[in-house]
Write a protein that binds this ligand. Structure first.
Ligand SMILES: [Zn+2]
Length: 446
């Protein structure tokens, strides 16, 4: 049944003017929101062609978005073999660059599928992923895309091209980005988009930068690159190129309104000005930055300078509500001022991620519950203990809704989960059993 009526929710619209609408219903037809109206509006209508979802005691919100993710990281959970790392570069050498070399195409598919299932369970409906599997690069994005299609979610994919494993693998990475972006342009599908991925300044040569930017330009897509995640990225850039990372990206044409610079922990004022002037998005990943002990990105300063800052998880979680709470506390602590950052940090998730996503899904109204908008809707179990209105919403979100159970996840108008039961043609226990087998084999090769 393509038509759904979400009956009797408290609707939080988000969008430019956020509204909290009590005792409302949302009518979904053919992937889009057709009507948002008080419950009683639908009493007089024949709704027999609709599936009715009882939303009593829940808040309906737009699905959450993760603007920087690595699906493949899922297979590392519990791996204890990596040597202890004393800094970020050691984390890469001891763990991630040992692991990604061993990934197969099947690993890429299953790691994406299990992460996407977790995303559905967390109410995350749009994800922007950054993939690495250097010895199985060609075809990897197609495998991930297959998992995305099966999940019913929306994702933008790229492969992190890098010179770190030699010229042939670097070329494969770039080619994989190009092949996939061409395929996406041809398919013109609402669920899948492409970017040109680059690992980071310190692992890409000038030639690779040039070729990647040219490809992004030719295919009319953005670039997605780790940017000054650790101070060592800046050190390498200053040493080898006598300039800062963002200055180097500016010189080669990486920056622009479709590009995503992930992390931005170590940015000078001048670099922030370049990002703002070029309308380049920065995606903040606070839990990852804390886990790697790299430092604290000065998000409040970036926002003051007019940079569009979104929120990602860098694979630390699929739960965006957990990530945004961390982002909030961290900025307050960093500023040693409890009065700062409340609205700003919540807006990275609730507003800015949608602006970033719209650079890619140009024809869709995302991140907003509005008539005509795409039906990416989540229901969160919630009875408000205090007055709940447009004015008090952010407090309810930060301290209540971020802790709620996800009852229902709808993407593109399809009910993917209801009452915590997945409604997909996916055999969940079998998928996780296979993922365990693959992880066991991967860990043996590690
Ligand atoms: Zn990352």
């Amino acid at each position: 049944m393509n038509n759904v009526l979400v009956h009797n929710a408290t609707v939080v619209t988000l969008g430019k003017t956020n509204r909290v609408l009590h005792n409302h219903s949302i009518e979904i037809c053919d992937g889009h929101i057709k009507t948002i109206a008080p419950n009683k509006t639908f009493l007089t209508q024949n709704m027999s062609s609709h599936r009715i979802l009882d939303a009593t005691g829940s808040v309906a919100m737009p699905g959450f978005m993760n603007a920087h993710m690595h699906f493949y990281s899922t297979l590392v959970r519990g791996l204890g073999k990596a040597e202890p790392s004393k800094n970020f570069n050691e984390v890469l050498h001891n763990l991630w660059w040992r692991l990604d070399k061993k990934l197969t195409l099947e690993d890429s598919y299953y790691s994406a599928l299990v992460a996407l299932i977790a995303a559905i369970r967390s109410g995350t409906t749009t994800l922007i992923d950054h993939h690495a599997s250097p010895f199985a690069a060609l075809g990897s994005l197609n495998e991930i895309a297959r998992a995305v299609r099966e999940s019913g979610l929306r994702a933008s994919l790229c492969y992190e091209t890098s010179d770190r494993d030699g010229p042939e693998i670097c070329e494969n990475g770039l080619q994989e980005n190009i092949n996939f972006a061409r395929q996406c342009a041809q398919d013109n599908d609402n669920s899948l988009k492409a970017m040109i991925g680059l690992h980071a300044s310190f692992t890409v040569s000038n030639k690779t930068l040039e070729k990647s930017v040219q490809a992004a330009h030719d295919l009319n897509v953005g670039l997605h690159v780790h940017t000054a995640e650790a101070n060592s990225d800046q050190g390498a850039c200053e040493h080898e190129h006598s300039m800062r990372v963002v200055e180097r990206f500016k010189k080669f044409g990486v920056l622009g309104n479709k590009t995503i610079c992930a992390h931005g922990v170590f940015l000078s004022d001048h670099e922030m000005d370049l990002l703002a002037a070029t309308k380049t998005a920065v995606v903040h990943n606070p839990q990852s930055n804390m886990n790697n002990a790299v430092g604290v990105a000065n998000v409040l300063k970036m926002l003051e300078k007019g940079i569009l800052v979104g929120l990602g998880t860098d694979a630390m979680t699929l739960n965006m509500r957990e990530e945004v709470r961390t982002a909030l506390w961290l900025q307050k602590l960093n500023a040693k001022d409890p009065s700062v950052g409340f609205c700003e940090m919540l807006s990275t998730l609730l507003h800015n991620n949608a602006v970033i996503a719209k650079q890619q899904w140009e024809n869709l109204t995302l991140g907003e519950i509005c008539e005509g908008g795409v039906a990416d809707v989540v229901l969160l179990d919630y009875y408000a203990p205090t007055p709940f209105s447009d004015d008090t919403f952010l407090g309810h979100f930060a301290f209540g809704l971020t802790q709620s159970n996800v009852r229902t996840t709808i993407a593109n108008g399809k009910v993917l989960m209801h009452n915590s039961q997945l409604e997909l043609p996916i055999d969940e226990p079998r998928v996780f059993a296979r993922s365990q087998e693959l992880a066991e084999n991967l860990w043996k090769r590690f």
